[in-house]
Ligand binder design. Structure first.
Ligand code: C5P
Length: 285
């Protein structure tokens, strides 16, 4: 029996624009996504001699076909004509759920990377990302990691320069948002402000953290902030203690700050821990 180890890294959306509704009911989006060092750990035993199984250390996470990590193992084994029996996947969960941080997608991507490595890298990263699109919209990006422009439903990826040195403080408030409802609400709303992707790309190319900060924008943020005023409280703490930008990620409800120094990140973290048990510090990776 062999055991594989793989990190499953969270993502945040530096920008997120929703372009329109597609015929399949989903929406086309355009987003600059960023991987953070905040991670789950994936361990996979291969060759247990038993039916395949998935375990997670956190209660409330499904351990059957509803789990994207499970779906990823099945999609990989189907594509490569392998038998999934004999796999035992164990997930150590740290990335908060229903946060907009792509936790389930990160686990799925880690399973794809680990299995592909085990079988001698038969698929390139891009081929693996394409396979990931069958598992979930954020999986292709989570396979690739880093900084990227993501389009379509999430299957079109273009690598962008890494972020300059900085820290992210991420807070997951207690409430959660329904992604489907937010998309529906957005369909019924005039989007007053959209991200300027050209400006964001130029800022990334220049490695200019100030300009990157100016161009952080998620079209879902005003919808959620209007309904959950505690978002303003969290943002006011970010603003008072040296954050250069702050924004909700994905369809929420986690909200992040970009902070130039670890010292300020630690201060923000301590301030928010009084009211929020789920506060994290991460770095772009
Ligand atoms: O990707 P996820 O399963 O979290 O999406 C939940 C719901 O959000 C979908 O069923 C769909 O209604 C909506 N959605 C969308 N366009 C996307 C992603 C999600 O309309 N690109």
């Amino acid at each position: 029996m062999t055991t594989l180890y793989e990190g499953a890294f969270a993502k945040v959306n530096l920008t997120l624009d929703v372009l329109g509704k597609r015929e399949d009911g989903y929406h086309d989006l355009k987003s600059v996504m960023q991987t953070l060092s905040i991670r789950d750990d994936i361990e996979i035993d291969v060759g247990t001699g038993k039916p395949w199984k998935l375990l997670c250390d956190k209660e409330g996470i499904p351990t059957d076909e509803r789990n994207l990590a499970w779906k990823a193992a099945r999609v990989y084994c189907d594509a490569m004509k392998k038998d999934p029996n004999g796999l035992e996947i164990r997930i150590t969960k740290r990335i908060p759920s229903e946060a907009g941080m792509g936790g389930g997608s990160a686990d799925a991507a880690a399973v794809l990377r680990a299995l592909n490595r085990h079988f001698g890298e038969p698929l390139s990263v891009m081929a693996l990302a394409e396979l990931g699109a069958q598992v979930g919209s954020d999986v292709p990006f989570c396979v690739m990691c880093g900084t990227a422009m993501v389009e379509g439903r999430g299957e079109r990826l273009r690598k962008l320069p890494d972020l300059p040195e900085c820290f992210f403080v991420v807070v997951k408030p207690d409430f959660s948002c329904s992604t489907a409802e937010l998309y529906k609400k957005l369909d019924e709303t005039e989007i007053a402000k959209r991200p300027d992707h050209q400006a964001m790309e130029s800022a990334l190319l220049a490695g200019d953290l100030g300009k990157i900060a100016e161009n952080i924008w998620n079209v879902f943020d005003p919808l959620v902030t209007a309904e959950h005023l505690e978002m303003n409280y969290i943002k006011s703490i970010f603003n008072s203690y040296g954050a250069v930008a702050f924004q909700m990620t994905g369809s929420g409800s986690a909200v992040y700050a970009i902070v130039p120094s670890f010292e300020y990140a630690a201060v923000i973290c301590n301030m928010l821990r009084e009211n929020y048990p789920q506060v994290f510090i991460g770095k772009p990776v």
